[in-house]
Design a protein around this ligand. Structure first.
Ligand code: NIG
Ligand code: FE
Length: 417
């Protein structure tokens, strides 16, 4: 290519242009917020961003007349596609009765200890057919896409035996292959202890039977553990995550949701990509995480649904560290909208709308170890973007009534409008 053709699309290239945005979020700024271009546009060739900036500048290099796809975002806000880095979106059954029980005063831990909660969903998933599992997840992916999510992590953990854990991973792969949303599979055999089983005995099964089978199957990318009082202790969690690492699975951990029992130390020791929940994380746990660069993932929907106190996002942010956000979508937290999570992050944790946007885009991509520009709209980033029918980025947190998403692009292609 000579200089003359450098900035031009050849006939074979697929050129996408999104232009005229009142505000366009490019990516993280030097603090804990995001960089915004007013009157912004971006151009993408074959699914990757090639130019971003003021609309006039972008259109000078990439004329609208050459474009295969044009999105007029005049008066609207354009953000990188949302990345949801923590969900349990594959399940079966209905636990709305537990929601009512909790309103009457039952606690999450009591329900689980009595064989409800996760263990009830395990029964429903074991009984569900493969087709039913795929259909259930697909419907949820559709809802997520409509709300602007273009990449989502999905965990297993409602099988708790080798056969069903592998079936869940298969269903995650099948649903993801057929869907515009990128699906990132996580093995979470250590989500709960099967009823009537000793915890150490189950940890043995996860390490010696489930993990080798999961590695052989080759679908899972991450390994996660519910490190919690009454579930897996720090030592058991570490054993599972170390073993997962040996099989090539990057560790993640559920830490400090109900009690701080050392999950943050485990996260640091195993080099986890993220530590998630952190409702009870204090200063020392926080310092442990930031020292080794584990991304904190906060799940304000869970606190909201449980009526619990929110995680201390401000302590991380005020010390200059970004915070990632996720829905934690599961039968105990029926939330698929990252916009709603942004509102909860602002109202419940005092995150600015710009910090929340970073939390659901580039910080969330960091929680998934993505280094290809996912969660940003910079040259070379995947052209995953959300057009919101709102005048500024601030309105994403500010509004919490209707879905503001008007168009979603995945790899430069309009996948929802
Ligand atoms: O992250 N805390 C453990 N796992 C999920 C809840 C799963 C369930 O209740 O089904 C969570 O909140
Ligand atoms: Fe979770």
């Amino acid at each position: 290519h000579d200089a003359d053709t450098k900035n031009r699309a050849s006939d074979d290239d697929d050129l996408t242009i999104v232009h005229g945005a009142a505000e366009l979020v490019v990516g993280p700024d030097e603090g804990t917020g995001v960089t915004v271009v007013e009157g912004g546009a971006f151009a993408a060739l074959d699914g990757r961003v090639v130019a971003v900036g003021p609309t006039d500048d972008v259109l000078a290099d990439y004329p609208l007349a050459d474009a295969d796809t044009v999105v007029d975002a005049t008066g609207k806000t354009v953000l990188p596609g949302f990345v949801d880095p923590h969900t349990h979106a594959l399940f079966a059954g209905d636990r709305s009765d537990e929601f009512v029980a909790k309103l009457r005063g039952a606690t999450y831990e009591e329900i689980l200890a009595q064989g409800g909660g996760i263990l009830r969903t395990v029964d429903a998933v074991r009984e569900a057919s493969d087709e039913e599992l795929v259909a259930n997840l697909t419907a949820h992916l559709d809802a997520m896409l409509e709300h602007g999510t273009t990449t989502v992590e999905v965990k297993t953990g409602y099988g708790l035996d080798t056969e069903t854990e592998l079936r869940m991973l298969d269903a995650i792969a099948v649903a993801g292959d057929d869907h515009p949303v990128d699906v990132v599979p996580t093995f979470m055999g250590a989500h709960a202890v099967p009823q009537g089983m000793d915890t150490d005995e189950y940890v043995d099964e996860v390490v010696t039977e489930q993990l080798p089978a999961v590695a052989e199957q080759g679908i899972a990318e991450f390994c996660d553990v519910f490190c919690e009082r009454g579930v897996f202790d720090a030592e058991q969690s570490r054993r599972i995550l170390d073993a997962g690492r040996e099989y090539g699975l990057t560790p993640k951990i559920h830490a400090d949701e109900f009690a701080a029992i050392g999950g943050t130390d485990v996260a640091a020791a195993v080099g986890a990509a993220s530590a998630d929940h952190l409702l009870h994380t204090g200063e020392s746990g926080r310092e442990t995480l930031v020292e080794v660069g584990v991304t904190p993932v906060m799940l304000p929907g869970t606190a909201f649904g449980l009526g619990a106190d929110y995680a201390d996002a401000r302590a991380f942010l005020d010390a200059g560290h970004e915070v990632a956000l996720a829905t934690d979508f599961n039968p105990n937290c029926f939330a698929r909208s990252m916009g709603f999570v942004a509102t909860l992050a602002s109202v419940g944790m005092r995150m600015t709308p710009q910090e929340a946007i970073r939390g659901i885009t580039s910080a969330a991509a960091n929680a998934l170890g993505r280094t290809d520009g996912t969660g940003t709209l910079r040259p070379d980033s995947p052209a995953d973007a959300v057009v919101l029918d709102v005048p500024t980025a601030t309105h994403l947190s500010y509004r919490f009534d209707t879905n503001p998403v008007s168009t979603v692009l995945k790899s430069g292609v309009v996948v929802h409008a």
